[in-house]
Ligand binder design. Sequence first.
Ligand code: NAD
Length: 311
Amino acid sequence: MKIFVTGGAGFIGSHLVRKLLREGNEVVVLDNLSTGSLDNIADVLDNPALYFTEGDVCDKNLTLKLSSGCGQMYHLAAAVGVKLIIDRPIHTIKTNIYGSEVMLETAHQHGAKLLIASTSEVYGKTEKVPFCEDDDTIYGSTTHPRWAYACSKAVDEFLSLAYYRQKGLKVLVGRFFNTIGPGQTGRYGMVVPRFIDAALKDEPIKVYGSGEQSRCFGAVWDVIRAADMLMSTEDAFGGVYNIGNDKPISIMKLAERIVELTGSKSEIVLVPYEKAYGKDFDDMMVRQPSLEKVREKTGFKPAYSLDMILQ
Ligand code: NAD
């Protein structure tokens, strides 16, 4: 099959591209190399089944032309990374919403199946009732610096489901949770590569906040397998699915485990959020998916434990 991947030179995209090529597909990649890099796909660049173009998914004509003949499409291109989305909220909203709209329209015109990558950030922090206009306890608050990313991805989800209902497009939404693996860089504040870099250099490992906040880290190989399984399941379209691992670990324990595994002399230091990201920054204490829906639909279960990925 001929498959179109936006963001295919990024962290998750490059793993997906390699998997699709291994399985004998032709893969067309569109990436503007803003956060991705050709280094991520250097090992497959001379594969005759790979067609790479540097360009922007928001360029409607280019996207439509390049993806002609593709029966499946994965839309992974997005403005991502905590630092980027806080520094450039307008760019984040425009890229993520318009990019998805272009992909929905493109898939519709070509009669292709489409996966839209969303995020666990859309769950926000709904703990306090009743809701008050100026609460910053929910990501829905327009004053919240991370709102641009969560909101843009939430709009992408609504748009996708509207295309499914109104136009019959075979589209599904993968709500990715924290994904880790080879090729992810610490440049945009991603916690695991940042800790491993520091540990390997015996430099202090900076844990933001109290360190008690927990996350579930999914292996990139599991994430792309789940995405692929969903795309091959006819009655998965029109649905939204959590994708990741459901075993939580606190960020402090993660730092300690990385020190242990690397035999590092690094000390672990606590840094207040405001020093790292500015004064309004706040974070979710827990982020854990239910994987029931994807399991029920496809039989997917994560194969990699955190230790296996870290090793
Ligand atoms: P990444 O930054 O490595 O990949 C994104 C890719 O998209 C990059 O190669 C970048 O150059 C490209 N890109 C950005 N804007 C573009 C544009 N306008 N046109 C063309 N290409 C563009 O990030 P990633 O971690 O691989 O994320 C992939 C997708 O998964 C994103 O949609 C992201 O929101 C989602 N996601 C990732 C995680 C995670 O933990 N990594 C978690 C939740 C959701």
